[in-house]
Write a protein that binds this ligand. Sequence first.
Ligand code: PEP
Ligand code: MG
Length: 567
Amino acid sequence: MQLQGIGAARGIAMGPALVLRAEAPTSSNEEQSVAPEAIPAEMERLAQGLAQAQEALTALIARSEGPAAEILTAHQIMLGDPELLAAAQQEIQSNRVPAEVAISRAGEAIAQVLAGLDDPYLRERAADVRDVARQVVRVLTKAASPLAALRRPSVIVASDLAPSETAQLDPALVLALATETGGPTSHTAILARSLGIPAVVGAANLLGQIEDGQMVAVDGSKGRVWVQPGGEELEQVEGLLRAAKLEAEELKSLRNLPAITRDGHRVELAANVGHPGDSHAAMEAGAEGVGLYRTEFLFMNRGDVPTEEEQFEAYKAVIQAMGGRPVVIRTLDIGGDKELPALGLEKEANPFLGVRALRLCLRRPDLFRTQLRALLRASAFGPTRIMYPMVSGLDELRAANTLLNEERAKLIAEGVAVGTDLQVGIMIEVPSAALISDLLAPEVDFFSIGTNDLIQYTLAADRMNDGVAHLYQPFHPAVLRLIKHVCQMAHAHGKWVGMCGEMAGDPTAAEVLVGLGLDELSMAPASLGVVKRAVCNTSLTEAKKLALRLMAGGALTPSASPPAPVG
Ligand code: PEP
Ligand code: MG
C-alpha cells in the first residue's frame, strides 16, 4: 500500500517501523485533586519539574549542534516563559490539579493560540510548546521517552515527532521519518534535512495503516510512503534503493574533485553555515569554503546580545575549522522573520520591508561596531570575507564601510592584529541593488546573490506565505535577467559573484546558474554532491544557451525534472 505525503528531506530508505503513538501521560492524573493544604507542595513540585527539564535541555544542547542546538535553545526560553509558569500555577491554585496536569493544560492553551495564527511558521511553533510541556510532564511522572524503544535501525512513524525527540535521534538507528502532520518548515523537516535522514511529513492516516515492526519504505524526495510493499511495489522500492546506493557512491567519489564543466569551466562550491559546529559538515562534504555564515543565529534565542569576545570566538572557530579556505561571514540580518527580543524592536506592519539587516545595523552603530571589531579580529586567523545583507543603494554600502574602516583603524592603533586576506562584499537580494550593480561593483570585492529574498522582492511574493507559493518562481525570467545583469556588471569590474540563496543548492538550477555566469554557489552541505554532479555534466556552451532560453521565457529542458521542493 502506498501513501502520499510531502517530501521533506530527500533520500530513500526501507526498514521495520517503530510507531510512536501519542502519549497521554496525564490522563490518569486528570481525576486527581490536590487537597488545599497540599497546594504549596504541588507548586514546589511544579518548580522542580521545570528546573529538571531545564537541566536536561542544557545537557542535550551541549551534545547538539546546528539546527538541533538552536531548536533546543528556543525550548529553554519557552520553558522559562513566565506566562507558562503563571498559567500552570493558576491551574494548581484554582482547579487543584497535580503539577503534570497543570503544565500540560497551560502548554496546550498557549499552543492553541499559536495554532490559530495566520503565519505558517508561528503555527508550526505550537508543536514546540506542546513538546516543552510534555518534557516537564515526563520529568514529573518519571516516564521514559518513547524513543527509548529505538534499539535497531528503524523507520520512525509518528503523528508528529516532537522537536526535542527529533533533535535526540541517533542517525545511525534512524533510517527514515514519516509523520502524519507537519509541513516542510516544521522542525522535523528542518532537522531531518540537516541530519541527512529521508523524511516525509503530512502523510494523512499513517498511524491507522502501520503496525510496529512492519516493513515501511520512505521516499523523501517525492513524499511517498509504502507499507509492507510486495510484488510490483517492492520491485519499485528496491529499484529506487539500488539507484540511491549507486548515486551515493557516485557522489562520494566526487567529494574531493573540483566542479568543472565538460568544457573546462570551473565553479567554486561552498557551504552555508549557521553555527560554528556546521563547519565540520561543510568540510566533510568537500566544501571549498563557506559562502554564507549566518551570524544572526548567534544572537537569536537568548535574552542578551553576544559580547565582542563571544562573537570573535565564534567567527574564529569557523575560520580555523575551514583550514585556509575562504569564509564569507554575513553581518547581522535581524528583522523580517528573524526576531531578536534583546533589542526590544518595535513591531512593524511589513517587517520584510522594514528596519531589517543592514538598515538596523546602521541605526544601531553600537551593535554594528562591536560585530565589525569581532570580525576584523577574527580575520587574522584565515581568509575572511565580510558581507553586508539587504543593501538597497550606494549610501548604505558607504556608511557601512565608513564604520568598518574606523574600527579597523582603531584596532590597528591599539596594536590588535587584523587579517590581510580580507574582502568586503554585499548581498544582492533587493532588486534595486541588482539594477545598480554597475554602481556598486567598483566599491566592493564581491557580490553574493541572495535569491530567497531577491525572488520575493522581485515577484512581490512573500517567501513565507503558502498562498502565493505558486508565484514564488526561481526560474521566472525577471529573476534570471537580474542575476545575469549582476554577473555581467561584477565581471566588467573584475569582481567575483556568488549565490547563497536556496536556489544555489537546487541541482536542477545548477546548469542555468553556470550559464548566467555565477563564479561560486553556496548551499547546505548535503546539496554539494548533487550540484557538483550537475555542474560536471554540463558544458558552459550548453548552459549559456539554456540561460538565454529561460531568460526569454522558455521552459526548462523536457528532460529536466521540476525544481525539488526540498533541500
Ligand atoms: C537570501 O535571501 O537568499 C539569503 C541567503 O538570506 P536569508 O535566507 O538569510 O534571508
Ligand atoms: Mg536574505
